[in-house]
Every structure is written in C-alpha cells, then in structure tokens.
Design a protein around this ligand. Sequence first.
Ligand code: GUN
Length: 293
Amino acid sequence: MQLIEGKKISNEIKIEIAEEVKQFVASGGKQPHLAAILIGNDGASETYVGHKVKACSQVGFKSTLVRFKDDVSEKEVIDKIQEINNNDDIDGLIVQLPIPKHISEEKVIKIISPKKDVDGFHPENVGRMVAGLPTFISATPFGILELLKRYNIETQGKHCVVIGRSNIVGKPISILMSRKAYPGDSTVTVCHSRTKNIEEITKQADIIVVALGYAEYLKANMIKEGAVVIDVGITRVKSDKTKSGWKLLGDVKFDEVSKKSSFITPVPGGVGPMTIVSLLKNTLLSAKGSIYK
Ligand code: GUN
C-alpha cells in the first residue's frame, strides 16, 4: 500500500505556484488577487477561510477578506459581489458556504462573474466542465485529479466507482473521470443512498472515490485487492485522545481498507489540503486570463 500524501504534495504545489507568480509578475503580469466573502461566524468556515487567506500570502497573492454579520441582507451581499465583479484588480471571488438561510445560495452563486468564479460553482462553469471546455474546476475534484496525476495512477480503461452524487464532489468527479483525457478515460459508476447491493459494485472498482460524509463507511470487505481509494469524507467526532477533544474521520475505515488497497488517501492529510491549492491554481489561471480569453 502506498499512502497518497496530499499534505506533502500540496506544499510542493504551493512552491511551484509561488515560483510561477514570481515569473509572471517579473514579466509584467499582475499579482493574482483572491477575494473571499465570509458571512457570520461559523467556526469551520472561519478556519477554512483563514487557511485560504494564509495560503494566498504564502504564494505571493493578494487577498481581500470581506466579512458580514449573519443578519446582513441579501441585497448587501449581492451589491458587494457586483462591486468585486467590476473591480479589475480582483481575479477570483469566493463566497464561503454555507451561508445563512435568508440569503439564496443559488442567487449568490449565479451573480458571481463566471470569469472570477474560482470555486467553479457557477452554472456556466459547470456547463463548460461538462462540455469539456476550459473552465474553473471546483476545488475537491481538481485536487483529486492532481493527486492521481502526481502518483502516476493509471486511469484509462479502469473502472472508477464514485460513492456520492453531490454537486461539489460526486457529480463533477464522475464526469471528469469519464472524459477523454488523463486523468480520465475511466468507466464510471455512480452509487448513492438509493443504490442496491452497493458492495457488488464497489468490489469491481479499480479506483473508488468516497464522498458520502458518513464516517468509516467503506470497509475492507467492500473493495477488491489492489484498489485505489480516494477518501473525501471529513467528519468531526469527539475524542478523548486529542488535545482539542475532536478528531477527524474519513468515509473509509482506514486501518482495514489500507491493508487491501494499492494507493489510499489518509484523513486528515489527503484530499483536504489539495482543495486550497486548487483554489490558488484557479486564481492564477484567472489572473493569467487562461480560461476566459
Ligand atoms: N464550503 C465548503 N467547501 C467550500 C468550497 O470549496 N468553497 C466555498 N466557497 N465554500 C465551501
């Protein structure tokens, strides 16, 4: 079994991005600039946005964090998004999700300019991804593709089983793994909560992507010997063994599945750290005008 070390790879990619930024700026390009909107004070969102802002400074990007209280009106948020859409200095804009219920997530996602939608959530960018056109691929699927690439994992003609059909992971990764490209060219099966006899399908998988949000769901008896296992789950559970009183569990029962798999991502330190570098990569692509020419 080989561990897929997302944390290590993400650090290497940050160094590559920092070098690319240096060269781009030295040749007259603009310094990439990411803006993030954070509404309310949800602990997990604060942490994620904090990591994103810190990562920007590590690679030489500018960042702007706009904070709103959780009782902000939908109009105020939309006005701010439009202001950022029209600000030529800003290359990428994300609104950290989830947002309070009185603000429509759909409206917010649609009002972000597709040219600055470095999360890749706008329907135009999702459509471009499905059509195989240049686009911002959202962070988690982008991170998974990058890990498969960096570990030279063969995907052509392989059976890839995706468990979960969310808009941000299951749906896009299933489309990307079946496209005519590397990583891709796989035969893809999507399983979800209504799938019958799921083990019969997962046991056929050469590559399995688990994105359910159900701690330790995938057991060793559900996979075949030598499968590649990508674990997207992160569930926080109480623990008396850690200082914080919490620990993170993936969707895979790591101790037993790792003995049977050829490659496996750990939680934490697997897919998670890759999501931030994906966002940085998209912001750099935006600053370079590589997607929308
Ligand atoms: N909340 C959880 N993941 C994400 C993400 O990738 N982007 C945004 N904007 N919010 C999130």
